[in-house]
Design a protein around this ligand. Structure first.
Ligand code: C5P
Length: 208
């Protein structure tokens, strides 16, 4: 079984994917981390974020087993990742790695922006997880404050909107729900409520 989960930044899709992976005992790939790893490699090498040669080489050299969330989860790396993600050769290199993960014999769960539309168009179940920009910015703010760091809600809301705009309007693999995706709006749901709905959708699609 392949489960494809897409949605904008801070929609809750990552937590949802991790919980579903645990529940259905499937390996999980957070494809955002793959774009973040490429962005991180460019930052560390002090290269501009639009250097497609260096970015493609980093993408081709990526070890999916060594993605370190603690380094890659920084807000600034997410911003940088969405710039790296507009480059077609970077997307192509990562697409190959993502597809090879998805073709594991027992199935897999992948989450990102283009899983249901590009990476796994034949996925058994597709979920598109959304929430209002304000709710997503509030969640991001709370996450950062919980780590004891400073967070500015207005700035984060502006960043969330900018990132949505970039992800939805790029030429290659823009953020858009697949025609056959189940829409899950989590604006008024907590994690548990959203997870229960997702489990129901997956179970119902297995019966059909
Ligand atoms: O989901 P996350 O915030 O970690 O993603 C970081 C950035 O990587 C996104 O803003 C998006 O531009 C890019 N991305 C993508 N396609 C994916 C996953 C992430 O373009 N499948």
């Amino acid at each position: 079984m392949i489960i494809a989960i897409d949605g904008p930044a801070a929609s809750g899709k990552g937590t949802m994917a991790r919980r579903l992976a645990e529940h259905f005992k499937l390996p999980h790939l957070d494809t955002g981390l793959t774009f973040r790893a490429v962005a991180h490699a460019l930052v560390v090498a002090d290269k501009p974020l639009d250097d497609e040669d260096v970015a493609e080489a980093a993408a081709r050299g990526l070890d999916l087993g060594a993605l370190d969330r603690s380094v890659l989860s920084a807000h600034a790396i997410g911003e940088a990742a969405s710039k790296v993600a507009v480059m077609p050769r970077v997307r192509q290199a990562l697409l190959e790695a993502q597809r090879s993960f998805a073709s594991r014999p027992g199935g897999a769960i992948l989450d990102g922006r283009d899983i249901g539309t590009v990476v796994c168009p034949d996925a058994d179940v597709k979920l598109f997880v959304t929430a209002s920009a304000e709710e997503r910015a509030q969640r991001r703010t709370d996450e950062i404050l919980a780590k004891g760091e400073q967070a500015d809600y207005a700035q984060i809301l502006a960043d969330v909107k900018k990132r949505d705009e970039r992800d939805q309007n790029r030429a290659v693999a823009p953020l858009v729900p697949a025609a056959d995706a189940h829409l899950l709006d989590t604006t008024k749901l907590d994690i548990e409520g959203a997870f229960q709905q997702a489990v129901r959708i997956v179970e119902e699609s297995q019966i059909k």
